[in-house]
Design a protein around this ligand. Structure first.
Ligand SMILES: [Zn+2]
Length: 200
């Protein structure tokens, strides 16, 4: 049976940066389709995704009265782990930021991607960012409610963790990433609930 709420204590930098505790934050809420590896969308008619979900979508949280509160456009996006910014590129709602982490194993390096955000001006290629540092804000979605039609995606933060070969020279591209045998996506919920060194 699906647990209603998962990982209540992860990514608290986001909670702090946006003062969600003042809104009664208790836990993140992940609806069906928001978690890693799921095949359906969580918006609109919950159609099948073109490929299984390559990450974890932060869209809403549960407050102290049990209400589900959506995140809003413009909320600040801090990084959960320190690293170096390797790529900033457009995605279908905003921008994605690819960050390389100081963790290697089996000929690979661990990366994370913060997607559907608007990067801040100080977020630049090559910059070293510390845990908790703000790299952007949540970009506008394509609709205001999750009940809108398919393709109209509400604002949210997508977070991916992935292993890339040390020799990886390609430009990361969401359109082809799920087909690339060199890219190994892993569950962000697992990474966030442990230290990164437990991800290996
Ligand atoms: Zn997503």
């Amino acid at each position: 049976m699906r647990r209603k709420y998962r990982q209540p204590t992860v990514y608290l930098d986001f909670v702090a940066a946006n003062k969600l505790q003042n809104q009664g934050f208790i836990a993140w809420r992940f609806l069906p389709g928001m978690s890693f590896g799921e095949d359906c969308a969580w918006w609109g008619r919950q159609d099948n995704r073109p490929s299984s979900h390559e990450g974890l979508d932060f869209r809403c949280f549960v407050d102290s009265q049990g209400r589900t509160i959506p995140l809003a456009e413009g909320m600040l996006v801090p990084v959960a782990e320190e690293g170096d910014i390797r790529q900033i590129f457009n995605d279908f709602l905003g921008q994605s930021v690819l960050i390389a982490h100081d963790l290697c194993g089996n000929g690979r390096r661990l990366y994370s991607i913060y997607a559907h955000i608007k990067a801040v001006d100080t977020c630049r290629l090559g910059e070293h960012v510390l845990a908790g540092q703000i790299i952007g804000s949540i970009a506008y979605g394509r609709c205001r409610t999750a009940a809108a039609g398919s393709g109209q995606v509400p604002a949210h933060l997508h977070l991916s963790y992935l292993w890339l070969p040390l020799s990886f020279q390609k430009t990361f591209d969401w359109r082809t990433a799920h087909l690339d045998q060199e890219i190994i996506f892993i569950d962000p919920a697992e990474c966030l609930s442990h230290s990164l060194r437990a991800c290996k």
